[in-house]
Design a protein around this ligand. Structure first.
Ligand SMILES: [Zn+2]
Length: 109
């Protein structure tokens, strides 16, 4: 009889562990937005995603102004990289089209 009284506590504990597991997973993926989508999750102070040293406070997404600047610099670099990749794909497609045209011209001779 006494033992059954402990059961709900064990269940609560095990579901708490699941929440902990989930929230530490979202921490690993360094996406703080996922943390907000888990309202029941136990909030663990996660480190700043930029410097990974200082813990974030409240709704902060970076620990300091310097880290916010660094993050926007990284995002711009990422966007630039993405545009360059797109141009590279276009250049490759253009080169292949030119080569195909050249082959067709060579065959026509
Ligand atoms: Zn930081």
């Amino acid at each position: 009889m006494i033992r059954s009284a402990f059961l709900p506590a064990i269940f609560t504990q095990s579901s708490g562990l699941v929440v902990l597991g989930k929230s530490s997973f979202s921490q690993n993926s360094s996406r703080t937005a996922e943390r907000r989508s888990l309202p029941g999750a136990i909030l663990i102070a996660s480190p700043c995603p930029v410097c990974r040293e200082h813990p974030l406070q409240g709704r902060q997404t970076a620990c300091s102004a310097a880290c916010r600047r660094e993050r926007s610099r990284r995002r711009e670099a990422e966007a630039r990289q993405h545009r360059e990749d797109e141009l590279r794909v276009l250049a490759l497609a253009a080169r292949q089209a030119i080569e195909a045209l050249e082959r067709r011209l060579a065959d026509a001779k």
